[in-house]
Design a protein around this ligand. Sequence first.
Ligand SMILES: [Zn+2]
Length: 223
Amino acid sequence: MIFDTDHNQLIQQFEDREVIHRDPIQQVNLQHYKFKQWLEENRLLKDILIYSCVVIANDKAKIIPKNNNGFLAKDVIRATKIRETVNNLFTRHKNEILLSKDLQKIRKWLIKQHTPSNPDLLNKLQIKKEELYTGVKCPRCLKLPIKRKYGKWVCPDCYSTSKDAYLTALRDYFLLINPSITTMELKDYLHLESRTTSQRLLSSLYLNHEGTTKNRIYHLNSH
Ligand SMILES: [Zn+2]
């Protein structure tokens, strides 16, 4: 791995080819800056010293700076050096600035303000929506699709039944296809026979929604 800090790129070399990545040092510096800003904006801390570095987990990787003024050895370390690095920090900074209740407050805020990442996976992986297998999967033998009969999901192969097997399929839909769904879209996606069943399933989930009952759009809740 060649760290080219002049041009902010990481060049990864395999046997006969090269792959260019974003500069991890620049990335960690940005995270460092944003975290500091976040702490200040939320009035959690001011003027605190934050230490950040890039950790290379693959111990077979060869770390090469492109030039000598590129980066300091403390900016890029191997995973095996984490303990030593943290110990050194403890030795150098003996004053306790954060009490455990402060740390707990920061931890709570971080979790509260976390927004889960939901990348456009189909586009990223070059998979067409039509290529996906739809329907509900049997939680026991993984047969796809299984049928809904008398308020339950019944597997035609292993005969096991489930009340909520469709939830996994719906979660996949939200993550892969669209973070919102209509009654008709769910009917097609879950291979349901009636629109009423589709509507009943959706309204039982207490999802956020908009529009009249007929054309209602349901949105993925954060939970
Ligand atoms: Zn089954």
